[in-house]
Ligand binder design. Structure first.
Ligand code: HEC
Length: 488
């Protein structure tokens, strides 16, 4: 909460600060026509010199400062607090922006329009490059601050509030620490979650956060409590997921700059009485280890209210990733040896998952044997059994992931991409809401396609099967569906 509040304070200040510092040109009137982009885009395209005051500064404030100032998640790599910081780093800025690496936004290709898309327009990309090529001049004071806008988001009714029970100080042993915290919302009756807000405390280390729903039936809450008590620090170490039974998928995700999320008009996730949540935070300590006490806010409605339940379609494809030929005689490249080891580490169930996945998708291990280890493709089709509209999409792989695609009605005339992540990056994943919901009907098919690279220089190839550990892989997709109104 601390960070959010202070960001808010600074950001509120900025509306006053920018016009004052930059003269009347940048006054509120100049922003007309750019109401959803603060501050305004350049108005002097014909001018030979790109103005920092009018173009570059506002662009950096709007698109970069949220993560690159006041200890934001990217500030250990690049601090963009003042105009002078921008000038000093002009070459890096130009490179990161013109290559499209920054701001980070992974969906691409023919993905339908998504809310909160951070991609810059071609015109915006040119601005930074041109400014750099023209000598990166400053037409403002060196100390002029670059201040991010307040996090976007809706007003939320704070019905349930969770904060880590103690500050989490990190283990110090890991640069990337995935920590899971058990959250018991104490729901004694079925409850809808209609909105959420994740409140990062220490923005220098909170890289992203996810919230998983654990159903009441399979002992997941007890398992989670057991994991939690294994060391004195709050929570437990987890990587690809919460690592407990009964996990029913993600109900919330957060990346820097994101404010509160409300589900579209009168909808929510139905959470059964006795369910628990697992709050997973990815801590990144490359800029130093800092203690954190992040929080989670939920807006809830009781099951009796006329909220419509969102449902989800879970998609998966088998994970069978062979090693390069030269290594196939190594024990860690032997499929059966890897599965036997999983049985030892994760019990009977862990050992059965690969066979279950193959079976569900009509595949055999042999189908994967001869694939190029640097480009292993797995795919699986899932039938849609309920009409409605798709409001949200997400995909999940681990670090060997290369690309991920979700397609509606593949190989049909009405084939449509639902999500395409051409360059998978484990560090930037989340759920994406469609600008316009996509209708689906009974009889439609969705296909998930995952590609992995098991021959990257510097990594040790092993045979990978499905699992939640750092050595395992996944190919998981989720669609959030607003079921068609039965009355229509
Ligand atoms: C959502 C957070 C976020 C936003 C928004 C963002 N960055 Fe970054 N940036 C990061 C993180 C985190 C890193 C560190 C590398 C990584 O994790 O990918 C980084 C790294 C960088 C680097 C260092 C790359 C290098 O090796 O030199 C540059 C330059 C950069 N960002 C520029 C920008 C610019 C310019 C913008 C706006 C157009 C921007 N960033 C927007 C989070 C962000």
């Amino acid at each position: 909460m601390r960070i959010r509040t202070s960001q808010m304070g600074v950001a509120l200040g900025v509306a006053l600060v920018w016009p004052a510092l930059f003269g009347t040109d940048a006054g509120p009137g100049a922003q007309q026509g750019h109401s959803d982009h603060w501050p305004m885009l350049p108005r002097q395209a014909a001018s030979p010199v790109v103005s920092f005051r009018d173009s570059v500064g506002p662009l950096l404030a709007e698109n970069c400062a949220g993560c690159h100032t006041s200890g934001g998640v990217g500030s250990h790599m690049l601090e963009l607090a003042t105009a002078l910081d921008a000038q000093d780093n002009a070459r890096r800025l130009a490179r990161a922006v013109s290559s499209g690496v920054m701001p980070p936004w992974k969906p691409g290709g023919d993905t339908p329009p998504l809310k909160h898309d951070r991609t810059l327009s071609p015109e915006e990309r040119v601005i930074v490059q041109q400014w750099y090529e023209e000598g990166a001049g400053l037409d403002v004071e060196h100390v002029t601050p670059i201040v991010p806008p307040p996090p976007s988001g809706a007003a939320l009714s704070r019905d349930f509030h969770y904060e880590l029970p103690n500050v989490y100080e990190g283990t110090g042993a890991l640069d990337d620490d995935y920590r899971c915290f058990l959250v018991d919302p104490g729901f004694t009756e079925d409850t809808y979650i209609t909105g959420h807000e994740i409140e990062p405390d220490e923005s220098r280390v909170v890289h992203h956060a996810l919230v998983f729903l654990i159903g009441p039936d399979e002992g997941g809450a007890e398992e989670a409590a057991g994991l939690d008590s294994r060391d004195h620090a709050p929570g437990w170490s987890c990587f690809g997921g919460p690592g407990v039974s009964g996990a029913q998928g993600l109900i919330a995700s957060w990346v820097p700059g994101q404010g509160a999320t409300l589900h579209p008009g009168g909808t929510g996730y139905l959470v059964r009485a006795g369910s628990v949540l697992v709050f997973q935070v990815h801590y990144n300590y490359r800029g130093g280890v800092h203690a954190d006490q992040s929080g989670l806010v939920l807006q809830t409605h009781s099951a009796g209210s006329d909220v419509r339940a969102l449902s989800s379609v879970t998609m998966f494809a088998p994970v069978e990733i062979p090693c390069p030929d030269s290594l196939r005689s190594e024990p860690h490249c032997d499929r059966q040896a890897v599965i036997n080891q999983r049985r030892i580490d994760h019990g009977f169930r862990g050992g059965l998952i690969p066979a279950f996945m193959l079976n569900r998708c009509g595949k055999e291990p042999e189908d994967f044997e001869d694939l190029d280890p640097s480009d292993v493709l797995s795919e699986c089709d899932i039938d849609i059994t309920e009409a409605g509209s798709l409001v949200e999409v997400g995909g999940h792989m681990h670090t060997k992931g290369k690309s991920l695609r979700v397609v509606l009605n593949p190989d049909r005339d009405d084939e449509q991409t639902l999500l395409h992540i051409p360059e998978w990056d484990f560090n930037w994943q989340g759920r994406y809401q469609y600008v316009t919901p996509i209708p689906i009907e009974v009889g439609d098919v969705v296909r998930i396609e995952c590609r992995w690279d098991n021959a990257r220089p510097g990594s040790t190839p092993r045979y990978h099967v499905w699992g939640e550990g750092t050595e395992d892989e996944m190919c998981l997709g989720a669609l959030t569906v607003l079921p068609a109104d039965p009355g229509l």
